[in-house]
Structures are given as structure tokens and as C-alpha cells.
Design a binder for this molecule. Structure first.
Ligand SMILES: *Cc1c(COP(=O)(O)O)cnc(C)c1O
Length: 358
């Protein structure tokens, strides 16, 4: 495979590494692009200067939402190098999302080699402050111009990168979450398990309302009975009730999170079996009333692990613990980030070192 590299002649000013970075504000100097056509399949990947895309206003992605994306991170490791965290798992999920949206699958080996080359070129953009990383956003969109509804015969795959710090403005203190019982995010048989913009479009109104009421995100309930817990805006959800750790199962309407999988594997290695089962919001509320709801936390690439300090459901607040975050959540956060930054041994083989070519 050859990767065409065209370096920028006008590098941007990098953010000050001494100041905290907010999430997703900066983008780096370059981007990775690769095109697909129905006749030819995937073309060669190229790394080109970051810049505007040129799209026909009739491009199918703009009208019918044929698009998927993913999000993973590159870290500056303790040994001075750079590493990607579980890139194969994220690529597998991107291809799973692509299949659901009737889009072509990416060639995993070629794509990851190109991503490594891209990250190698952007090494200087990987922040070194604690809890910061270079967030990678692989995206695929339908580019064929066509006003009628159909699957596109042309797609653009691109990867952009953004140096990021902590996800929530609150930092790592616990977040307040509103249980959403009016709107739903995804129905059985729908797009819920795919990382696709449509799911986020469905969530924005509820999310903004929750924010204006003082909550960081919403907790979604199932679309049929408004009763079974699904997930939080961009995180999967875990409960610790009377010593048992519970998370909703992957039944097709929630996103199969890589961080969710890390939590399950890590706890299994410590002899804790996570129960993947349906959990009724009423079970959560009555556990709270019985003093058995010990912890609630979310898992996602951006925030890693995020403690929930309060649930709001049907006009009532349910504070959890002392509201500052749970002990299991902070242990998992330390363990996962310990591996990501190379502070701890990579005992699960989750890190892929980025080879140095530049
Ligand atoms: C990305 C995402 C998650 C978390 O998945 P990770 O792989 O852990 O980042 C959870 N829910 C939704 C809706 C998502 O889009």
C-alpha cells in the first residue's frame, strides 16, 4: 500500500500545553482521506492539509443522512512514544455501523496503517498534559449527488484529529443526569447500535432541554415501554446495586461501547462478573429508596469513566452517594487511563504503538 502524503505549508498555532484543553475545539494540520466508488472500491489513502471539503449540494449524505463515524484516541505514552488505544475494536465497530447504513466496509489493515502514518505526522499535536489525548474522528459520508432516495455509489472516508482534555466542564467530579421519559433515542430494529449522526440528531432537543435545567446529559429509556434503561447521551451506563455491577445488554438499540467492553473485561479480570441484563428504572429508584444504589457511572471514549452524582426522574432528584463520585468509578478510571498513558502494564494488549517514520 502507498500512502500519498502532502504536508501543509502553513502549520497552525498549537494550543498552549500548560492550559487545560476543552473538548473538540482545535483541529490539527492534516487530515486523512480515502474515496470509494461502486465500480472501483476503495482508492489509495492520502494525508493532505486540513481544509474544507467540496461537496455537491445534492450529495446524498446531506439529504438522507447516510453517514457513520467513530471516535478513538492516541496517547503520548510514558516512554516518549505514541499509542492508539484498541484501534482494531473501533475499526470493527465502524464497519458494523457502515453495514447497518448500507455503506462499504473499510479495509481494516490499510486503514489502520494509514491512521498510524497520519498520527505519526501529527505527533507534535498529541498533548502531554495529564488526562489529555489526541482524539481521532474517522467519518464516512455519501458523496454522490442525487435528489432521489437511494444508497450512494460514492463515499468519502476521512479522519480528522483534535487535541482534547477532560470531556466535561465539571472535570472529573460527578455529573447530574436527567432520566428522559418523553423523547426516545432509538427503537428496536432501528439505528441505535450504529454510530451515526441520525442518533445524535434525535438526541439534541432533549439534551439541550436537560442542560437548560442544569443536567449534563439525559439517560434514555427504551422506546417501547419507557421503562428499561438504555444509555446516556454518549456513554454506556453501569449501576452498582447492593454490591452487584449491572449494565444493560446489547440488544440492538444501544451503542456497543468499547469502553463498556473494557470495564467488563477489567472487572472480570478482578473476579467481578458484570451482569449484562435489562434494568428497569423503577428498580434503580427503589434501590435508591432502600439505600442500595451505591454507584452509577457512564463509560465512553471521550470521558473514559464518568461518575453520576445525581439522577433526576419525573420531577424528583435522587442524589447518589455524597454526590462527588463513586469508588469503583474512580478505580476504573485510574486503571483504564493507567494503561492508556503507559503508566501501568498493558496486561490486556490494548495499546498499539505508533511506528515512527517522520
Ligand atoms: C460512542 C458512544 C458511546 C460510547 O462508546 P465508546 O466506544 O466507549 O466510546 C456510547 N453511546 C453512544 C450513543 C455513543 O455514540
Amino acid at each position: 500500500m502507498t500512502i500519498d502524503i502532502r504536508s501543509t505549508g502553513a502549520p497552525k498555532q498549537k494550543p498552549d500545553d500548560a492550559a487545560p484543553l476543552s473538548f473538540g475545539v482545535y483541529t490539527t494540520d492534516h487530515m486523512l482521506v480515502m474515496e470509494w466508488t461502486r465500480e472501483q472500491g476503495w482508492g489509495q489513502p492520502s494525508v493532505i492539509p486540513y481544509g474544507d471539503l467540496s461537496l455537491d449540494p445534492a450529495a446524498l449524505t446531506l439529504h438522507y443522512g447516510q453517514a457513520v463515524f467513530d471516535g478513538f484516541k492516541a496517547f503520548a505514552t510514558a516512554d516518549g512514544g505514541a499509542a492508539l488505544f484498541r484501534p482494531d475494536a473501533y475499526m470493527a465497530r465502524l464497519n458494523q455501523s457502515a453495514r447497518r447504513l448500507d455503506m462499504p466496509e473499510l479495509p481494516v489493515g490499510t486503514t489502520l496503517a494509514a491512521v498510524e502514518r497520519f498520527v505519526d505526522l501529527e505527533r507534535g499535536w498529541i498533548p502531554t498534559r495529564p488526562d489529555s489525548a489526541l482524539y481521532l474522528r474517522p467519518t464516512m459520508i455519501a458523496t454522490e449527488p442525487h435528489i432521489g432516495v437511494k444508497s450512494s455509489d460514492r463515499f468519502l472516508f476521512f479522519v480528522i484529529a483534535s487535541p482534547v482534555g477532560a470531556y466535561y466542564a465539571e472535570g472529573f467530579s460527578a455529573v447530574k443526569i436527567k432520566v428522559e421519559d418523553e423523547f426516545v433515542r432509538a427503537a428496536p430494529g432501528g439505528l441505535g447500535a450504529a454510530k451515526t449522526p441520525a442518533n445524535y440528531a434525535a438526541s439534541l432537543l432533549a439534551g439541550r432541554r436537560a442542560k437548560s435545567e442544569g443536567y449534563a446529559q439525559v439517560l434514555w429509556l427504551d422506546a417501547v415501554e419507557r421503562r428499561w434503561v438504555e444509555e446516556v447521551g454518549s456513554m454506556n451506563i453501569f449501576f452498582r446495586i447492593a454490591g452487584k455491577v449491572i449494565t444493560p445488554p446489547l440488544t440492538g438499540s444501544i451503542l456497543p461501547g468499547v469502553t463498556r467492553q473494557c470495564v467488563i473485561e477489567m472487572l472480570a479480570a478482578d473476579g467481578v462478573a458484570v451482569q449484562e441484563r435489562r434494568i428497569d428504572i423503577e428498580e434503580v429508584i427503589s434501590a435508591h429508596e432502600d439505600g442500595m444504589l451505591q454507584e452509577v457511572f457512564g463509560s465512553g471514549t471521550a470521558a473514559v469513566i464518568s461518575s453520576v452524582g445525581l439522577l433526576h426522574y419525573r420531577g424528583k432528584d435522587y442524589p447518589i452517594g455524597d454526590g462527588t463520585g463513586g469508588e469503583l468509578a474512580s478505580k476504573l478510571f485510574r486503571q483504564i487511563t493507567g494503561i492508556q498513558y503507559g503508566r501501568d502494564e498493558d496486561r490486556f494488549g490494548w495499546l498499539a504503538k505508533v511506528p515512527r517514520v517522520e
